[in-house]
Design a binder for this molecule. Structure first.
Ligand code: FAD
Length: 441
């Protein structure tokens, strides 16, 4: 009788889960295992809440198939080995990942498996196209620029989706362990985790996907998929999402999934993406102005479009992509604050926060990353007038400005004194009071 352990990490789903599908097809007994790692527990209350919701949903779905989710707390490597030995498993399967933490974990797991004569099997599933599977000609280890990567990625044959297991049979006598409670999180309007909700969101999105190309930058329309937290935790498979989008000819949307894969292949060869500049030449002259940083974090810079984005982040644990670009550019290019401080703040709040996408995008904006135009600037007022033309997005998140109609909300300093004095809203930060500063951007 063959027994397999599947160490789940951020592939919290039954659908198109190559590690789980392989174990269910090749072993008689399967232990789907999740180990709560105390080292990751305090990074973000929002993500912890989402994760615990995912685990509860996964347990329910596994139980419906005769199995269960086995839960342990501790070092994932030590616990995986302990469970494998208890269950008499011959193999441990895990999805390959790219962050330096995940890679160290994988290395230790390999050593321990070898020591205990247990087979370790690595599986795809994190991306549509595996990091490292598409390489530039001439011997490079990864693509540094998106467009050629996108061309190569689009020409690559995708793997087939793995079948969803119909039955999961646990070994006799295994202690399944208690699910962690679901903590409050920090954002009152955060999305709820789990494969069940992720699948529902994906089906609902397919009814709106045709409008994506035209509306994805319209901040008030909120016309993006909001699938990112579900992709981050693997509640939906990136391949399943990409296949569904491709069947709707939604090229603009598929291209965004390619951006996600792009940053995974960058992180795969440059795992220190969160702390070290990808392009060191751009990494100079940062300011460490904590007062400015705090105003930015609190959504009190006095620039409405920036403040709206920062408040959306706190309220929902998520932010519209256009607002991420504007707020990140404001911190790094206007306030001149080190991008690493922005990475950290986003990483605390974002439910979809992960190393490749958060840090990769921050570096792109800061001019230290994969942008072919590293000196570009985003003028927040022009961005606001273009992508929130009626000011609806700003008024949604900055209630102090509710009474200001139309696009006038983007430049409260231009309002007549009598109106401005009645607003409980700050003037722009000292260094940014002169409107000429915006126009240079
Ligand atoms: C400073 C900054 C930080 C970011 N941090 C993260 C992060 O931690 N995690 C994260 O998933 N995304 C991050 N993004 C990318 C992007 O903003 C989000 O993926 C997107 O807003 C999620 O919303 P959505 O699911 O509705 O996206 P949609 O527009 O519906 O796009 C579909 C999917 O494509 C992928 N995608 C879209 N845009 C990008 C992009 N620019 N880079 C990489 N993948 C993309 C995401 O997986 C997204 O779910 C960041 C962007 C910036 C500018």
């Amino acid at each position: 009788m063959h027994t397999a352990v599947v160490l789940l990490t951020r592939d919290l789903r039954l659908n198109d889960n190559p590690a789980l599908a392989d174990a269910c097809a090749s072993a008689d007994r399967v232990v789907p295992l999740y180990v709560l790692d105390p080292k990751l527990a305090d990074l973000s209350p929002n993500r912890t809440r989402f994760l615990h919701q995912c685990l509860a949903d996964l347990r329910e779905r596994l139980r419906q198939r005769g199995g269960d989710l086995v839960v342990r707390t501790g070092d994932p490597v030590a616990e995986a080995i302990r469970v494998a030995r208890e269950a008499g498993a011959e193999t441990v399967g895990v999805a390959a990942d790219v962050s330096s933490y995940a890679r160290r974990r994988e290395g230790r797991l390999r050593d321990e498996c070898e020591r205990h004569r247990i087979g370790l099997e690595l599986f795809p599933g994190l991306a549509v196209v595996d990091p490292g599977a598409v390489r530039p000609g001439g011997g490079g280890d990864s693509y540094k620029v998106f467009s050629p990567y996108h061309r190569a990625w689009s020409a690559t044959e995708w793997r087939s989706e793995a079948p969803t297991p119909r039955r999961v049979t646990l070994p006799d006598g295994i202690e399944v362990g208690t699910l962690p409670s679901i903590p409050a999180g920090e954002s009152p309007h955060a999305a709820e985790g789990g494969e069940t909700i992720g699948k529902r969101r994906l089906s609902a999105w397919m009814r709106h996907i045709q409008g994506y190309a035209d509306a994805h930058d319209d901040m008030a329309a909120d016309a993006t998929s909001r699938l990112s937290p579900y992709l981050r935790w693997g509640c939906v498979s990136p391949l399943t999402v990409a296949e569904a989008a491709r069947s709707h000819d939604a090229d603009a949307f598929v291209r965004q999934l390619c951006w996600r894969d792009f940053y995974y292949q960058v992180a795969n060869v440059f795992p220190k993406l969160s702390t070290e500049p990808y392009r060191p030449a751009g990494d100079t002259g940062w300011r460490y102005d904590h007062d400015a940083l705090e105003h930015w974090q609190d959504g009190l810079t006095g620039v409405p479009i920036v403040d709206a984005g920062m408040r959306q982040l706190r309220a929902e644990g998520w932010m519209h992509n256009r607002a991420r670009l504007i707020t990140a550019a404001f911190l790094t290019k206007h306030l001149g604050v080190d991008w690493r401080l922005g990475v950290k703040w986003f990483f605390r709040w974002l439910i979809d926060g992960d190393v490749p996408n958060n840090s990769g995008n921050w570096q792109w904006v800061a001019g230290t990353g994969n942008d072919t135009r590293p000196y570009r600037r985003f003028n927040p007022i022009r961005q606001a007038l273009r992508f929130d033309a009626e000011g609806v997005y700003v008024r949604r998140y900055v209630p102090e400005l509710k009474g200001v109609e139309g696009a006038a909300v983007h430049q409260p300093w231009r309002l007549p004194d009598s109106v401005r004095r009645g607003l409980d809203y700050p003037a722009p930060l000292e260094s940014h009071r002169d409107e000429a500063v915006w126009l240079r951007g």
